[in-house]
Design a protein around this ligand. Structure first.
Ligand code: AMP
Ligand code: ZN
Length: 113
């Protein structure tokens, strides 16, 4: 499949992988917007948030769970962090395989731009 993140999952493209289990992969964003900026993705290809089905709920629920675990391991969970999932053009999605941005190490403003 012609999907950048599927290629990372299949090791066809290198990435700085920080976590992997049978369902989820996490790696550092290539263009970080914070001192720590990771992407947590399901190994199953789901193009957008609009494509999540009932069967995917446990899988998608792992994304914030792993995000928090990584934040704890990296020491910024208590200070706080930002997770973002962009959907489609207006949401700013550029890679069409769902991913949770996990950003930490600085203070974020709200609302997001
Ligand atoms: P989004 O714009 O929400 O779809 O997020 C896509 C993210 O993927 C951006 O933050 C990009 O910097 C990141 N990205 C694109 N290509 C790569 C890559 N090869 N390895 C790691 N992160 C990437
Ligand atoms: Zn994919």
């Amino acid at each position: 499949m012609d999907c950048l993140f599927c290629k990372i999952i299949n090791r066809e493209i290198p990435a700085d992988i920080v976590y992997e289990d049978d369902q989820v992969l996490a790696f550092n964003d290539i263009d970080p917007k914070a001192p720590t900026h990771m992407l947590v993705i399901p190994k199953k290809h789901i193009a957008t948030l609009n494509d999540i089905s009932e069967d995917d709920l446990a899988l998608v629920g792992r994304l914030p769970f792993i995000a928090s675990r990584l934040a704890k391991e990296q020491g910024f969970a208590e200070d706080g962090f930002r997770v973002v999932m962009n959907c489609n053009e207006d949401g700013g999605q550029t890679v069409y395989h769902i991913h949770m941005h996990v950003m930490g190490g600085r203070r974020f403003t709200w609302p997001a731009g």
